[in-house]
Design a protein around this ligand. Structure first.
Ligand SMILES: Nc1ncnc2c1ncn2[C@@H]1O[C@H](COP(=O)(O)OP(=O)(O)OP(=O)(O)O)[C@@H](O)[C@H]1O
Ligand SMILES: [Mg+2]
Length: 381
């Protein structure tokens, strides 16, 4: 699809929708009249259950919610709406006389409601509060749309760069292997520089593509059964072997694990993306001792495969062990060591693991190591 077509939706043409939920038709009528001048579309529901259904299908920009209603009251509806992925970001205003009690006010706000108004309400006040809420909602939607466009653009550009770059890498490989004639040492050196830089751009593109797919919710796991060591771990380590040697790092393998088989049902390619980033990081960020270790085992209840990837390091602070997972997050060690990177590897890995119903965390001991612990469900969840 053309990028222009992908990003041409216009927010200015959009009419905002307000869902009014009350079991008294007169109240809905009065609110409709009160909001007439705001040029919004009014939707209505007469109880909490109906409100949830309408909120899911109609995606209103805000909900005005009564508390005491038959079938399902406002508190229960609010709780369900705020837990539901599709409705959790829709602002809610409670509108009820029950709010004369401070406890009820607090309960509503604690449940995630954004505002409340007492019944009987002053029409001017209701209109102006709704106006403010809708203005905030509009700003939020515009921001989300901008982010979506940015991700689409990133995905589009990365995708377009992928094929020509693969061709450049292929040509460099052909030249390097002497297939079209022997190369002198200087020529060999320049080809290697070309090759290294093109490979770096390729890995950067992969990260941007993964980010774009993750943000658009386009990563759908392709589950199948495979053996973790033979099919995932060893191929990734094989590809990194030359870099490990070039950087004079020592890889200490888990000998016990290499003798075992770890059959899991997951997405092999996604697991390889995670492994590749963890081991690339261990190579890039290990200290002068240059020790890289890994351990593989099952969890005590055999429900998860546990992978630990560790490198010698001056260590990270507790705060840094959390910040490593931030989007575009690079720590001082990456900047001072002038290591190349986008700061996306660990963010993407964590998001992919969430999709696979696994997890990742970072542990560190000052002056000793940085360790990443990954849990992957053995069976599809
Ligand atoms: N094994 C490690 N030891 C010490 N610091 C690490 C380690 N792995 C990651 N970090 C720190 O966390 C930051 C984020 O890592 P992440 O893999 O997300 O990005 P990156 O390696 O900088 O770039 P890329 O997107 O190319 O992976 C790194 O920049 C580095 O500062
Ligand atoms: Mg990385």
């Amino acid at each position: 699809m053309n990028i222009k077509n992908q990003i041409n939706s216009n927010m200015d043409e959009y009419q905002q929708k307000v869902l009014v939920v009350d079991d008294q038709p007169e109240t809905i009528y009065v609110i409709t009249l009160t909001l007439k001048n705001l040029n919004v579309k009014i939707l209505s529901a007469s109880n909490g259950k109906e409100a949830i259904e309408k909120a899911e299908t109609e995606q209103p920009d805000m909900i005005i919610l009564d508390i005491q209603m038959p079938i399902m009251d406002g508190f229960e509806a609010c709780e369900i709406l705020k837990k539901n992925e599709k409705t959790k970001n829709i602002p809610i205003m409670f509108l009820t006389s029950k709010f004369t009690e401070i406890k009820s006010k607090v309960k509503g706000l604690d449940m995630g409601a954004d505002d409340y108004l007492l019944k009987p309400f002053e029409p001017l006040e209701l209109a102006s509060r709704v106006k403010v809420m809708l203005r905030l909602r509009d700003a939020q939607m515009r921001l989300e749309q901008k982010n979506r466009h940015y991700m689409e653009m990133l995905g589009f550009i990365s995708h377009e760069l992928k094929n020509p770059l693969t061709s450049i890498l292929g040509c460099a490989e052909t030249l390097k292997n002497g297939i079209v004639g022997a190369l002198g040492p200087d020529q060999q050196k320049f080809i290697e520089i070309m090759d290294r830089n093109a490979a770096y751009i390729q890995s950067m593109i992969e990260r941007y593509l993964n980010l774009s797919k993750l943000e658009k919710g386009e990563i759908v796991p392709d589950y199948r059964q495979f053996e973790f060591i033979e099919e995932a771990l060893l191929p990734v380590l094989h590809n990194l072997k030359i870099i490990i040697e070039k950087n004079k790092k020592t890889l200490i393998e888990d000998k016990e694990a290499l003798k075992s088989k770890f059959i899991i049902n997951s997405d092999l390619e996604l697991i390889k993306v995670i492994l590749n980033n963890l081991f690339s990081n261990a190579i890039k960020y290990s200290d002068d001792r240059g020790i890289i270790k890994y351990f593989v085992n099952y969890s005590d209840n055999n429900e998860y495969l546990i992978l630990k990837v560790e490198n010698s390091s001056i260590g990270l602070t507790d705060e840094e062990t959390k910040n490593v997972f931030n989007k575009f997050g690079r720590l001082k060690n990456a900047i001072t060591s002038k290591q190349k990177g986008t700061g996306l590897g660990l963010y993407n890995s964590r998001e992919i693991l969430k999709i696979l119903k696994g997890s990742i965390c970072c542990e560190s001991e000052k002056g000793e190591y940085v360790r990443f612990v990954v849990e992957i469900p053995v069976n599809r969840k």
